[in-house]
Design a protein around this ligand. Structure first.
Ligand code: F6P
Length: 323
């Protein structure tokens, strides 16, 4: 069994990261390990910014969004010299393994450290759900619920004024948030990066057709990753073409915060516990993910090479029923 392990969160924060940290710390401490909390992801690791945690260090965090360990993006970690520097820091602090929580960039850092002898386990923490090996990432469910609540509010005012609201949601280069939130809010149109569009035939004609059936207000969800479309210009174009007064809302970072949902808390707790169970058996270089409602682990390199495609059947359903 490893004697000293660390835990860090890296990349964009996601609701549920705290629940994962709590599970790692509690499982580690209860197994007799020394657990170090590393602040600000790989940046903090390079700076040796870490502290010893105990059972009580993670009290009262399960319901909080964000990450008590703070997070940072650390592009310089792609440099092998930086990775070696981090390995030296690990040796200095006696760290033999690290649970790294974040997205694909975080997993690449974990892979590089493992190749140099530090046993790393990656946990998927991102609201984008864009990790190929994983069905549901930590934070995705909460972000979906946040988007749904926000757009429900936007719908109230959109309906009152017979308007069209174009709502831009996060997701980086992927449309998972847009597609699933779009269905949940009954959006007339959903634009995702995985599908090509002709704005006139998809949005304008669809709006005109539904207007004829008596529909007077419209919600259009746009994923931020859709190239060549900005939500403000799209709202202007819709107004020009249809005569329906239109407004654009970019939801922004509100989607990343807030108290994690039940699903994210449970998922994060299971994954954090599972990660330490692997380290207890001296197993590293794995990612812990959920697949078909089971928590499983894969080799990090294999996981990074996996591909995931969006459910186009779900997209078809969304379009069929939002008329
Ligand atoms: O990966 C999470 C995410 O919120 C993306 O949806 C978004 O594109 C990006 O991070 C925003 O990053 P930042 O907070 O660094 O602007």
């Amino acid at each position: 069994m490893l004697k000293t392990i660390g835990v860090l969160t890296s990349g964009g924060d996601a609701p549920g990261m705290n629940a994962a940290i709590r599970a790692v710390v509690r499982t580690g401490c209860e197994s007799g390990m020394r657990v170090m909390g590393i602040r600000r992801g790989y940046r903090g690791l390079l700076d040796g910014d870490m502290f010893e945690m105990n059972l009580r260090s993670v009290s009262d965090i399960i319901h909080r969004g964000g990450t008590m360990l703070y997070s940072a993006r650390c592009p310089e970690f792609a440099d092998p010299e930086m990775v070696q520097k981090a390995v030296d820091v690990c040796h200095e602090f006696g760290l033999e393994g690290i649970v790294t929580i974040g997205g694909d960039g975080t997993f690449r850092g974990a892979r590089d450290l493992t190749l140099r002898g530090i046993q790393c386990i990656g946990l998927p923490g991102t609201i984008d759900n864009d990790i190929a090996s994983c069905d549901y990432t930590i934070g995705y469910d909460t972000a979906l619920n946040t988007i749904m609540e926000m757009v429900d509010r936007i719908r109230d005012t959109t309906e009152s004024h017979d308007r069209c609201s174009v709502v831009e949601v996060m997701g980086r280069n992927a449309g998972y948030l847009a597609l699933n939130a779009g269905i949940a809010v009954g959006a007339t149109c959903i634009l995702i990066p995985e599908v090509d569009y002709d704005i006139d035939s998809y949005i304008i004609e669809r709006m005109r057709r539904t207007q004829k059936t008596g529909k007077q207000h419209f919600i259009i969800i746009v994923a931020e990753g859709v190239r060549g479309i900005d939500s403000k210009s799209l709202a202007r174009y819709i107004q020009e073409k249809t005569g329906v007064e239109s407004r654009a809302t970019v939801l922004g970072h509100v989607q990343r915060g807030g108290s994690p949902s039940v699903r994210d808390r449970v998922l994060a707790s299971q994954m954090g516990h599972y990660a330490v169970e692997l380290l207890k058996q001296d197993i590293g270089n794995r990612v812990v993910v959920n697949h078909k409602d089971q928590i499983v682990d894969y080799d990090i390199i294999e996981a990074l090479n996996m591909k995931k495609t969006i459910d186009l059947e779900l997209y078809r359903v969304a379009n069929d029923i939002s008329i």
